[in-house]
Design a protein around this ligand. Sequence first.
Ligand code: COA
Length: 189
Amino acid sequence: MLPDVIETERLLLRPFEPDDARALFGWFSLPEVARWSGTGEPMRDVEEAEARIARMPERRGTHPAAAILAVCPDASAPPVGMVMLVPIPASAGVERGGGVGDWEVGWHLHPRSWGRGYATEAASALLERATSAGLPHVVAVTHPDNAPSQAVCRRLGMTDLGLRDDWYDRMLRAFVLPLPAVGTRAPHQ
Ligand SMILES: CC(C)(COP(=O)(O)OP(=O)(O)OC[C@H]1O[C@@H](n2cnc3c(N)ncnc32)[C@H](O)[C@@H]1OP(=O)(O)O)[C@@H](O)C(=O)NCCC(=O)NCCS
């Protein structure tokens, strides 16, 4: 396993704890956050948040690259969002990733923490993690109308693949970033 606690310039990224349920509920209970993923329905009670945290180990799986991390600008305060690097399920009948499958990077922040570059900063750390783990590429999938999330993809240098139904059995706007092979060096001039 790669370390599950990551420090970036401004953020501590760490695994979720059961006590984070209220914070997680704080953003996933808001329509403007919930609308862009899953069923699109906001969480109704904090028990849903507890259940989501309890399911994280299963969603993450056992691959050393995988991570679902709380985004904490203040290590002593509740998280303001989450980022993840996890295997992404291909749509039914779709063969992807040359047998190893694809990986997705994703992000959700409380609106109070939008507009500060936190999603891009946290996701950059996960792309470094993906590179260290030797993943060949990472994808991100967004609701076709989710311009803020697509902007994060572009800031990360990801390539827009347009509308694709290769994952989650849904038509989504997908982005990909090929990752350098570990140990690859730029040729000398
Ligand atoms: C998607 C989401 C995380 C994007 O949030 P965001 O705040 O726009 O993205 P970032 O955290 O990367 O911040 C970038 C913004 O911060 C600004 N910023 C301010 N200070 C900054 C700093 N020090 N460094 C970098 N950017 C900074 C940037 O200019 C940019 O603003 P702009 O969009 O007006 O140009 C957010 O909209 C969200 O949580 N949405 C709901 C959940 C969701 O859609 N998840 C994705 C599902 S696919």
